[in-house]
Design a protein around this ligand. Structure first.
Ligand SMILES: Cc1cc2nc3c(=O)[nH]c(=O)nc-3n(C[C@H](O)[C@H](O)[C@H](O)COP(=O)(O)OP(=O)(O)OC[C@H]3O[C@@H](n4cnc5c(N)ncnc54)[C@H](O)[C@@H]3O)c2cc1C
Length: 420
């Protein structure tokens, strides 16, 4: 397709979904502007664990998740919590309906394809001038301490192999051999060699610089407060009392997507899933990790980046709030040395704890596509715990939809209208 001026497109939200969309749209000849309510550097796309996860072909809504979730609800240091509200009950009923094997089976191959396509695009980005975001493709270790988890993970690894993913099941010795610079206290691991990791802050900074060089205007501190709609079209957005008109619009917005959608007369079911992370510098710099890892029983993510290690976890499904729940952060800090005895840490100071809101849909699948109700609006969100990993393919698909091209991945399950 020739690069020509295709018209003007405005994107709401400068997280990974918004910036990746801007990347592909500007390269396809669109005049792109981005409206972001905060300063850059503030969204969920920065402090996450940076994992690229074809291994995550199982949506969050899966068998066993509800029972485990209920058990955790009564432990203040546990990695999971739901605050009962009208919104969370309505979301929870939909979640319950999808937490079954049939849903997992229907979703797995598509999610795999989306992640693998995204992983390829990350590799393309890594070759571009000005891009250096510590892309590492050594795989992720799913570390387990109990026979029960080991057994479940081996079964999942079997399914993953059936889906064509590159996976090894490792005993204690083989796991330790992969991490010669850290002591591991685990029974074993599943090594998803198809996975990888990166440093999100650098990736986002690289994207912003690239887009600005290409003439994309990013308006920070511009909250979209109104969406003007007429004749089945979005006509303009209002932010800071100014009108922003365009030919087409992309709505990302992360965990704020339901509020944004409502302004356009749409209903999107989504809950913010708050998670925490912090950086740790190993005291002895000869000790450290090569792979990113999930400490399975504790649900803690561990990723080496920027010469440090990022630890992250917890999922609080609750309305937005600016509080750091130190009990949950303590849960992470205490769990780590059970797996990685080298990393006995103090609880970080509140100012050093990052939190972000994963945009969680009730069926654990993204919202990606056009809405039947408004001809010129594309929605990209609901990527939950895998939004960084899916970032490039989300943006690539948004551009294909805007260009009215054939879409190269299967998005039939991701309609933003599915819970209207
Ligand atoms: C602890 C933790 C660890 C994680 N680890 C991983 C991981 O390892 N791998 C992975 O793939 N994913 C991970 N995730 C999930 C991932 O970070 C998210 O899925 C992803 O960042 C979502 O990107 P987004 O662009 O959709 O949303 P966001 O990054 O939240 O961006 C949305 C933007 O829209 C803006 N916005 C909202 N409303 C308005 C408005 N009215 N006007 C203007 N702007 C607006 C917001 O300010 C925000 O900047 C993790 C998340 C957490 C919390």
């Amino acid at each position: 397709m020739s690069i020509q001026n295709k018209g003007k497109i405005i994107i709401i939200g400068a997280g990974i979904a918004g910036l990746s969309s801007a990347f592909y749209l500007v390269n396809d000849g669109w005049q792109v502007e981005v409206l972001e309510q905060n300063d850059l550097g503030n969204s969920c796309s920065y402090g996450n664990a940076g994992m690229i996860v074809p291994s995550h072909f199982t949506p969050l809504a899966a068998p066993g998740v509800v029972t485990q979730g209920i058990r955790w609800m009564f432990d203040s240091k546990s990695p999971f919590y739901v605050k009962p509200t009208l919104a969370s009950i309505s979301w929870g009923l939909k979640f319950l309906k999808h937490s079954n094997q049939a849903h997992v089976d229907r979703s797995a191959a598509n999610l795999r394809d989306l992640h693998l396509a995204s992983s390829k695009l990350f590799n393309q980005w890594a070759t571009l001038d000005g891009f250096d975001f510590e892309l590492t493709q050594k795989g992720i270790l799913m570390l387990f301490k109990t026979e029960k988890l080991g057994h479940e993970e081996a079964e999942l690894a079997h399914t993953a192999r059936g889906l064509g993913l590159d996976v090894d099941v490792l005993d204690q010795q083989a796991t330790q051999a992969l991490e010669p610079n850290a002591e591991l206290d685990v029974l074993g691991a599943v090594h998803y060699k198809c996975d990888g990791h990166l440093y999100p802050q650098k990736l986002m900074a690289n994207l912003i610089q690239y887009l600005q060089n290409k003439g994309v205007v990013i308006h920070t501190r511009h909250t979209v407060s109104e969406i003007e709609v007429a004749n089945h079209q979005v006509k303009a957005l209002v932010a800071n009392d100014k009108k922003f008109a365009a030919d087409k619009f992309v709505m990302t917005g992360g965990s704020w997507l339901p509020q944004l959608a409502k302004k356009a007369g749409l209903r999107v079911s989504l809950m913010p899933g708050k998670g925490y992370s912090f950086m740790h510098t190993p005291v002895d710099d000869s000790r450290g990790l090569i792979h990113s890892a999930l400490l399975l029983e504790a649900r803690v993510a561990v990723t080496p980046m920027n010469g440090q290690i990022r630890f992250g976890g917890t999922m609080e499904l609750a309305p937005f709030n600016n509080k750091v729940n130190i009990n949950r952060v303590e849960g992470i800090v205490r769990a780590v040395p059970d797996y990685l005895p080298d990393f006995k840490m103090d609880i970080p100071k509140v100012k050093n704890i990052w939190y972000g809101y994963r945009p969680c849909s009730p069926d654990g699948l993204p919202y990606l596509g056009a809405t039947k109700k408004l001809d010129n609006l594309i929605i990209a969100g609901g990527t939950g715990m895998m939004g960084l990993s899916l970032g490039p393919i989300v943006g690539h698909t948004v551009a294909e939809i805007a260009n009215e091209q054939k879409i190269s991945v299967n998005i039939s399950q991701y309609s933003p209208d599915r819970f209207q």
